[in-house]
Write a new protein. Structure first.
Length: 148
């Protein structure tokens, strides 16, 4: 039996979170944390609404997943995020010890990948996943709208 729960399914869930951020006037980044094919946390950027520069989708997702599990480490979890994490988020993701991080589109200017993934925990697998075009286009549309 083919499972409907795959990387594309979970990235689509993260994309739906990014769309919520877009509608709120936030930079459209969304994230979900998954364990055993179950989403345990959903989040999107809230920096404008909370007046908090650290309220990135990844940070919100880490907090929600940790609360759900009642644990500070997320060793058996996978994070799906629509944009490559920044250096700040990579540091928090390091400490959370996620099993895997899958992002849709690269952030050439601020992405942690500029440091060859050295910022992530050594046991964390980091990879580029599906929906790169859709997630990148959402960012383009957001900033185009902001500039008009």
């Amino acid at each position: 039996m083919i499972s409907p729960y795959n990387d594309e399914y979970f990235m689509r869930q993260a994309y739906m979170e990014a769309q919520k951020a877009f509608e709120l006037g936030e930079v459209p980044v969304g994230a979900v944390v998954v364990v055993n094919n179950q989403i345990i946390a959903r989040a999107h950027n809230l920096t404008e609404r909370l007046h908090d520069v650290t309220a990135h989708a990844e940070m919100q997702a880490i907090t929600a997943a940790s609360e759900y599990l009642g644990a500070k480490y997320l060793k058996d979890c996978t994070l799906y995020v629509t944009l490559e994490p920044c250096v700040m988020c990579a540091g928090a993701l390091y400490w959370s010890q996620l099993n895997k991080i899958i992002f849709a589109s690269r952030d050439e200017k601020r992405g942690a990948g500029r440091f060859q993934n050295e910022l992530y925990h050594p046991k964390t697998v980091v990879s580029k996943g599906p929906m790169e075009q859709e997630c990148a286009q959402l960012m383009i549309d957001f900033f185009k709208e902001k500039r008009s």
